[in-house]
Design a binder for this molecule. Structure first.
Ligand code: CMP
Length: 142
């Protein structure tokens, strides 16, 4: 299995609920390492650009409003099969469909306020990581 990097965002509902540590702990318990991290609040422009592929979806305005409503934690996670592993730990986009013990089952409120974002493929991971992080902000010591 390949060593990969993927982007993870802890969303405003989870940061405001004080679940940053609980969520990071789930990544670490599953052998994903944090290779970069920032706590920040996204501007409207930055959130719109990040979710540009959804710009024609009916929920786009709501999504951008929510993602700019409070602090987020942007992280690069690294590990074997990191993209697929992160998706498994997070659970389905809609928490009503997420498996027991997944981050979204535990910490999401709704399909919109769903606690975490991840990259859905190695290709989107590459775009998403470089959207938020410069190369020199990502450690490669592991
Ligand atoms: P995320 O993994 O961040 O990628 C796109 C986001 O759009 C998704 O998680 C959801 O939070 C959001 N989303 C997807 N479908 C809907 C929907 N029907 N209503 C509101 N938000 C949605």
């Amino acid at each position: 299995m390949a060593n990969e990097k993927t982007l993870s965002i802890i969303k405003p509902n989870a940061t405001l609920d004080n679940n940053i540590g609980n969520i990071i702990s789930m990544f670490e318990k599953n052998d994903l390492r944090i290779a970069a991290a920032k706590l920040t609040q996204l501007s409207k422009e930055k959130a719109e650009g990040f979710y540009i592929e959804h710009k024609d979806r009916p929920f786009f305005g709501e999504l951008v409003e929510f993602m700019t409503s409070g602090p987020v934690v942007l992280m690069v996670l690294e590990g074997e099969n990191a993209v697929a592993k992160n998706r498994e730990i997070m659970g389905a986009t809609n928490p009503a469909e997420a498996a027991e013990g997944t981050i979204r089952k535990l910490y999401a409120k709704s399909i919109g306020e769903n606690a975490v974002h991840d990259s859905d493929s190695a290709q989107s991971a590459e775009r998403e990581v470089s959207y938020f992080f410069e190369k020199n902000e990502i450690v490669d010591r592991f």
